[in-house]
Design a protein around this ligand. Sequence first.
Ligand code: MG
Length: 454
Amino acid sequence: MTRLRSGSATDIGRNPRRTINQDMVLEATGIYAVADGMGGHLGGEVASLTAIEALRANFSPADGPEGLERAIAAANEAVVAESSSNAELHDMGTTLAVVAVVDTADEELLAVANIGDSRIYLLRNGELSQLTDDHSLPEELFRRGQLTKAEAAIDPRRNIVTRVIGPSFGEGPDIQNLVPYVGDRILICSDGLYNEVEDDEIAATLRKIGDPTDAARSLVEQANAHGGGDNISVVIVDVVDDDGRAETASEVLADDPATTVSSPRRDRSGRRLEREREHESAPPDRSSMSGLMTSDQRNAELRRLARDDPSGKGDFWGEGDDSEIHVHEPSRRVTGRVVAFLLVLLLVLGGAAAAVGFYARGSYFVGLDEGRVAIFKGRPGGLLWFSPTVEERTTLTEAGVPPARKDDVASGHPVANLEEARTYVRNLEAIPGGVPSAPEETTTTPPAPATSTP
Ligand code: MG
């Protein structure tokens, strides 16, 4: 017979805007829970109370883990019914984190269930581990690889929950089984604790204070000392008798020379007890639970929630009586594809710049520089950031340019290449003061004698 000992504490916190404690704790024989209500001034309190009462009324250890799942579904129905009967409560909901003793064919186990962002931790052999996944937007994004754990922990959207008892039940709770051993200490808490107190502080307190009620009170005090921004609820459950399971496991370990102390524990028949480590190696296979979504459906649902509903309200649930919810597009990480696109873009832009430069700097014109005719490299007037430069100066003055060519030269006469520019200049020099009757400055014109007329 598994024997448990428990203690709990709950507090409104230190936030002056929170005038009601909307958290609710349950400590009954064989079932322990924390509910964190949300939705309106009164709604959160009604939701958490309704859920806890319905859970307790519908749970029986003899029904096994499936019975706990049904009891949570009943709690959801009770909250939905209550909210639809009262317009003031229409948007209420609550998290629910539950630990319950359940009978299976072989043995008594602990069923660990969670919906929302309250948490369940296990302290075993002095090590604290989180058994549950938060159903909050940042944590969902973390599980999809779009945020790191550290980013999720401080994300401003962490008060947005994606699944709760009430209006957004979705795929329901995550449920897993835990094989209890003497000395195990289980912590159930609302986010008012873990948002204020770091995991290592929580672990230190759980290791240090033996009495579960004293330990629960100490954790609440620490949360308040760190600010107490939210209601704080803590339930601690200690395994004080596991029906000899730990002792038997030790004997089996001692009898097996190939097994070290750190190897998986075994049950009475020597069978390896892998289930106890499920939470460390892999999340529970949600798709195998009856009535739950596949992972693809879950991802599609999350995409819809996160992107397609810009208002966010009605789909996401914000805790707190005065919090405004804004759902943002999930932040994108810089991927390899983005980098490749930027590189191609840079290459295209670089190529375009080179082509412009070639065109601007690869041509010539004849113009005036400080009163004298000169051959310039570039385009008359310049192009973009390419300014023309003087390639060759001549001795022909502006006054010596034939009148019919003065405007042409003043505005810059474009030519194809340097040789054509020299030809054009020689033609200008060949007809001082004259007016050419034909465009003899073209490249086909044979060079005229180069006479200098200073
Ligand atoms: Mg809370």
